[in-house]
Write a protein that binds this ligand. Structure first.
Ligand code: DGJ
Length: 730
């Protein structure tokens, strides 16, 4: 059993292979947090010490014990307005205007497995999953909070969410509903967060936590390029390979907030969930609200140990079972090859040449529907522009399939152009404040997916295209941040629900499409990686990592992404040079090696390749196929560290049984007469011997990890090295 309750001490313990998480029902039925960290025996109640700290109030029943304060004791899920002045996890306004939330333990239950989360993406149950539900209640308002903990012992993961239920007789307006709150009364932490912008997503930044609140989040109606819903709390001494690291990842694609507070006594509280800015959800008596899930994981093996735990969980329990084992098709995407300028004949010429090179799927990007020859019009009109194409989509897809390729199509379902038939017919379907001109971005508006009629329209419109052509793959784009988040279908006092209801509409649409087309692969996208999160990964096994296809920039973007997400989720393509985003020229071999550490494909005109480049492409595709299993399912190691000053970037994959390894290194700054690049390998079996393919040389695993390996000096800019080691008897 991974969950246990001790009757006498009233302590609940959650155990995974290497972690322990404990809470305790204390005096007055206050639910205290005891411990989260490396596995240990016993109960950590001995850590609780109380003292009268001054200006830290006491609950009425404990008024004679001035040390018992909600402000200083570690809380499992903090209320608001009742004397814990640290970050609140929940806020609610009662019908009489009072704002206090005082949650006390009522009961708990332990169950095998886990229930699905209605309307939201979730971490799918593993064989050993168990669930704890702790019920807390505010006795005055009748607000009930069910804290849910799904324990994944084999993955070293605990997944949390909260269900709020109004058991009172009058409405309650929820202003904040965090998915998780964790107190660390002891410890010195830095936080690693992942900031960015369009074309440069998920840049890790280490921040020394000051006293007070540090916060990251998005109010853009999307998880965003700017701030990924994933943070790592790391012991200040932790490194890439050792030390305590705690990951908090939301399974959500909308507005989110991750707050960290270092309090007056040096304790650290983490609170993560839907962003409260603009959020107000009315719960009528009897109604309930489910928060998104938050994945918690701890590793004592540093940042890379934590990354591997998240990779395994996402690959095995978040991504749909249909795609867990399937090798992803090598695709060619028309975007950088043609932008809006194409017809069927041109696309077929791409397909023909790509097929000869070994490509397996052609994806027709933006521009095939409605009036869409640039990005100013047409969104919402999902009818095939047969005049532009010169044939129907059914005919084009049939011809592509006849060449032996699969076929994919681009959509941006959640958007609408002002210049579209849909907008002319239903202007009220766009999110927009009354009497106010909308804030435009890429000249488009956002559809109001909080409305069931809009979701139903989109379902019908997408099915009409998917039913009349053989479409194996959809690229699902989202190309602006949300503003003027007002729904014409909701009453004035419910507008604070619009943003989250839109997210629920998107999830509903994705679920319905996948139920109807279970073989359809959907690749997520949002101007590249603006919605790269575990919520979208529940529906989309891969997400276009960034619109920046420059291989040198991709080294950083893919590396930053790897702290939380597996390479099997990262769309990565070889594009033409000079690169369209930076103008940089990177050798074809390097572009191939970087893109092979993702879901591999091409983003260029295959007819513009030289014969030599065509041969290289064929070899790259053969290599991708050869290493696909190792790369997609193996353990991933970053070999160069954050800010280590190295002028090369290196990473490797090791098969889970240690039987082979693939090492990649790209020189990012070439210098005359420079030292040889040198790295220590990781994750090999120290006692085993490995043969370096192509050379026949044999190395001891222990030598490769202790003494390391050096590489010849680079010739030319951005040279790449790739070494494949296979375990041999010896
Ligand atoms: C943004 C995507 O990231 C690109 O790959 C491309 O699909 C464009 N949108 C099309 O408008």
């Amino acid at each position: 059993m991974s969950i246990a309750y001790h009757e006498e001490s009233r302590v609940i313990s959650l155990r995974t292979a290497h972690q322990l998480y404990q809470m305790k029902v204390a005096e007055g039925n206050v639910l205290l947090h005891l411990y989260y960290g490396p596995a240990a025996e016993g109960e950590m109640g001995y850590l609780l010490r109380t003292a009268n700290r001054g200006f830290c109030g006491n609950p009425y029943e404990q008024r004679h014990d001035r040390g018992f304060s909600l402000d200083t004791l570690p809380q499992e899920y903090s209320g608001s307005g009742v004397g814990d002045y640290r970050l609140s996890a929940v806020r609610a306004v009662a019908a009489d205007g009072s704002r206090s939330v005082d949650l006390r333990y009522v009961s708990h239950r332990i169950e095998a497995g886990r229930a699905e989360l209605p309307g939201l993406p979730f971490v799918r149950a593993a064989e050993d999953t168990e669930t704890l539900v702790v019920t807390l209640r505010d006795s005055v308002t009748g607000l009930r909070a069910e804290l849910r903990y799904h324990v994944f012992p084999g993955h070293d993961v605990i997944v949390r969410s909260v269900r709020l239920v109004n058991e009172g007789t009058r409405p309650l307006v929820i202003g904040k509903a965090a998915s998780a709150c964790v107190d660390f009364p002891y410890g010195d932490f830095d936080v690693l967060h992942f900031h960015g912008r369009h074309n440069m997503e998920r840049m890790p930044e280490r921040v020394r936590l000051p006293r007070g609140v540090t916060a990251f989040g998005s109010t853009r109606g999307m998880s965003s390029h700017q701030s990924n819903p994933y943070i790592i709390l790391r012991d200040r001494r932790a490194t890439e390979t050792a030390g305590d690291c705690y990951g908090f990842m939301l399974v959500y694609s909308g507005n989110h907030l991750e707050e960290i507070e270092v309090d007056q006594l040096g304790g650290t509280r983490v609170v993560a969930g839907i962003h409260p800015e603009g959020f107000a959800w009315t719960l009528d008596p009897g109604e309930r609200f489910d928060t998104p899930e938050c994945i918690l994981s701890h590793s004592a093996e540093g940042l890379n140990g934590l990354s591997r735990q998240f990779h395994n969980l996402i690959r095995e329990q978040v991504i749909a079972p249909r795609w867990r084992e399937a090798r992803r098709p090598v695709l060619i995407n028309s975007w950088e090859a043609a932008y809006f300028d194409f017809d069927a004949a041109k696309i077929l010429r791409f397909a023909q040449s790509a097929r000869e090179l070994g490509v397996e799927m052609l994806v027709l990007d933006d521009g095939w529907f409605g009036k869409r020859d640039d990005d100013n019009s047409g969104l919402g009109d999902w009818t095939v522009n047969e005049k532009k194409l010169g044939c129907s989509m059914g005919e084009l897809s049939a011809q592509i399939h006849a060449l032996g390729l699969r076929f994919g199509l681009w959509f941006e379902p959640e958007m609408i152009s002002e210049d579209s038939d849909l907008y002319r017919a239903h202007p009220d379907w766009a999110l927009c404040d009354p009497d106010r001109k909308p804030m435009l971005s890429r000249n488009q508006l956002v559809l109001d997916l909080s409305r069931q009629d809009v979701v139903d329209y989109l379902f019908g419109a997408l099915c009409a295209v998917l039913d009349h052509a053989q479409i194996d793959y959809v690229k699902w784009d989202f190309n602006r941040s949300v503003a003027n988040c007002y729904s014409h279908a909701l009453p004035a006092d419910r507008q604070g629900e619009t943003a989250h209801r839109c997210m629920l509409g998107t999830y509903q649409l994705l679920s319905r499409l996948l139920a109807r087309y279970p073989e359809l692969m959907i690749e997520g996208c949002s101007g590249g990686g603006g919605r790269f999160d575990a919520g979208m990964l529940f529906y989309c096994p891969q997400i276009w990592c960034s619109d920046d296809t420059d291989a040198v920039e991709r080294l950083e973007i893919q590396r930053g992404t790897s702290y939380g997400y597996p390479v099997s989720a990262m769309g990565a393509h070889v594009s033409a040079v000079p690169n369209h985003q930076t103008g940089r020229v990177v050798p074809m071999r390097t572009r191939g090696i970087v893109a092979q550490s993702g879901t591999f494909g091409y983003e260029l005109n295959p007819n513009a390749l030289t014969d030599a480049e065509k041969e290289e492409v064929k070899a790259q595709i053969a290599d991708y196929r050869r290493y696909a299993r190792l790369v997609m399912h193996g353990d991933y190691y970053r070999l160069t560290e954050l800010d280590d000053g190295k002028e090369f970037s290196a990473w490797m994959f090791v098969a889970r049984d240690g039987g082979e390894a693939l090492v990649n290194l790209v020189v990012t700054h070439v210098r005359a007469n420079d030292a040889f690049p040198w790295i220590r390998l990781r994750g090999l079996i120290p006692e085993a011997c490995y043969r370096l393919e192509g050379s026949g040389e044999i190395y001891a695993g222990s030598a490769l990890m202790a003494a390391g390996i050096s590489f010849p000096a680079a010739a030319g800019e951005y040279a790449a090295h790739q070494l494949h080691f296979v375990r041999v008897e010896g």
